[in-house]
Design a protein around this ligand. Sequence first.
Ligand SMILES: Nc1ncnc2c1ncn2[C@@H]1O[C@H](COP(=O)(O)OP(=O)(O)OP(=O)(O)O)[C@@H](O)[C@H]1O
Length: 630
Amino acid sequence: MSTAEPAPDGVATQRLAARLAEAARLAWASSRYLILIRIILTAVSGLVPVVAAWLTKVMLDRLASTHTMQARYFLGPAMALAVVGVVGIVVAQISGYVQRRMGRAVEVVARERLYQAVVGLPGLSRFENPHFHDRLQMAGAASGTGPTQLIEQVLAFGQGALVVGGFVGTLLLLSPWTVVVVLIAAIPTLRAELLLNRRRAQMMTDVGRSQRREMFYADLLTNVVAAKEIRLYGLGDLFRSRMVSELREVNSQHERMDRREILVQGGLGLMGALVAGGGLVWAVNATRTGALSIGDVSVFIASVAGVQSGLGRLIQSIAGAYEASLMFDHYCYIVKQSPDLPPATDPKQLPAAPLREGIELRDVWFRYGDDLPWILRGVNLKIPAGRATALVGLNGAGKSTIVKLLCRFYDPSRGAIYWDGIDIAQVPVAELRRRIRAVFQDFMQYDLTVSENIGVGDVVELENQERIAEVARSSGCHEFVARLPNNYDTMLSRLFFGFADKQDVSTGVVLSGGQWQRLAIARALMRQRSDLLILDEPSAGLDAEAEYKLHRLLRDYREGHTSILIAHRLSTIRDADNIVVIADGKVSEQGRHGELMNRCGMYARLFSIQASGYVENSEFPSEGEPSLPV
Ligand SMILES: Nc1ncnc2c1ncn2[C@@H]1O[C@H](COP(=O)(O)OP(=O)(O)OP(=O)(O)O)[C@@H](O)[C@H]1O
């Protein structure tokens, strides 16, 4: 699931240390008492096997001694052993509970910080960057378990170290050379596990792309928006087979890795068994000669097994920490993002509403990335206050891009935009956006109630039902809302219902495209204290009557308001105060409808083409124009 490349050892260690520190800070901030309890419980869990081995030794030695057979003499260690066993079980249970509780607490804080960072990005450049988006998705997944997994691996390492330390100490007392043999035998294990770990990381990088494509096809097959086309064009089998083939690719890589792991682990296990077996032969022999007691043999066996399993746990925890840190890396990357719009060099406030002179684009150049083509090439445009400006142009001319720059979702690559003479790059972005209301081409359809769908246009007024009904009336929503089962409280979704609600048709409603569009217009009208109204194709989904009503409404609204209207249906903008044609990244012509028609330029041509569609027997398409294949 990771796109992060495996780094060279030194860099990887540094990165791991940094991620560990980050996860520890996060855990400390979200549940410091739980983490302290968890550390104590981990220490106890690490000591339990060592203490148990020693108690077993003492008990066996006392049992074996022939001269003292008082029950108190060997029952003491036996009972202590039982207590240690109970402690081990209880600690494991409490540890599991604390671990899950800590995981939930850390998840809340991690998710909150992640989405705070995401919402805090003022611009759109990162969101529209596929690389960033990819990492954002993985950060979302990592914010759930990532930090806890990292911390758990550190705790597992600590526990492994305690077990190894305790048993190595024990072996040193019994037979120092065994320690040397066990530790030497652990070196190939360590190397092999680290190598496997690196291969696993590489494999995860390799399968990441296939995994994401598999998820993409899986989502597509269940996506309600895609369902129509998938069925009409019979795309289901195509996408399903692509999904399965990506999944097979992922599985085959995992399979190769599993086989490699079995071989390596099997070899290492054999070597461990040989060392343990050799040690056992020595210990039994030493008992025969009287060098070791029966208890010594038992503690010796437990120590060899303990050191081997403890070392295994140490190595696995390093591998696990490395793997968890790869995912957590995405989280840290997103959380530490710097703002995607540069801070103001000479901060200013916008003059109080209303807009007095207007908005001006001066020699604005823009492209979406350094390696992408220029979309705007020196746009000079005045949007006068209190007037209606219409933007016209072919698909891809850059009309919506101009709107994005006006809302400061991006900054111009060159040139600047002035709001009553003030460069908007110097104004707090939230203040600028408070002064704008907009209906975007790709407006949102929120799975919320009708009332909330309108109210979110001005969150302060979210509960103001009177105002919501008022804007619903002005935007032509009220009639259809009044017919909905719960009027303004009707849920516009079928996603969030429990089983009981499913039988009740009044719980959720699916609206038509045009009805959603009217709600989006109502949402924009909710904002009262704004200067500029932007409507990007506001009537594309409306029926003829609704479109007529909307444009009458907008005409009334435009009186004394500043508005920008983008529309391909030119009849809807013909009475705008200024019609601006965008072509080749520039303003190619502008003026009132009559002036532009007289000029016989692009606007006149586009208008005539559309008008010809309403005239009977008009010849269209003309020669040389694309025609539909039969
Ligand atoms: N986020 C983006 N990243 C890269 N290129 C983009 C992005 N958004 C738009 N473009 C490109 O910018 C150009 C202008 O797009 P824009 O949406 O501004 O055109 P438009 O005039 O509004 O078109 P339409 O009439 O089809 O809505 C297009 O070529 C488009 O591919």
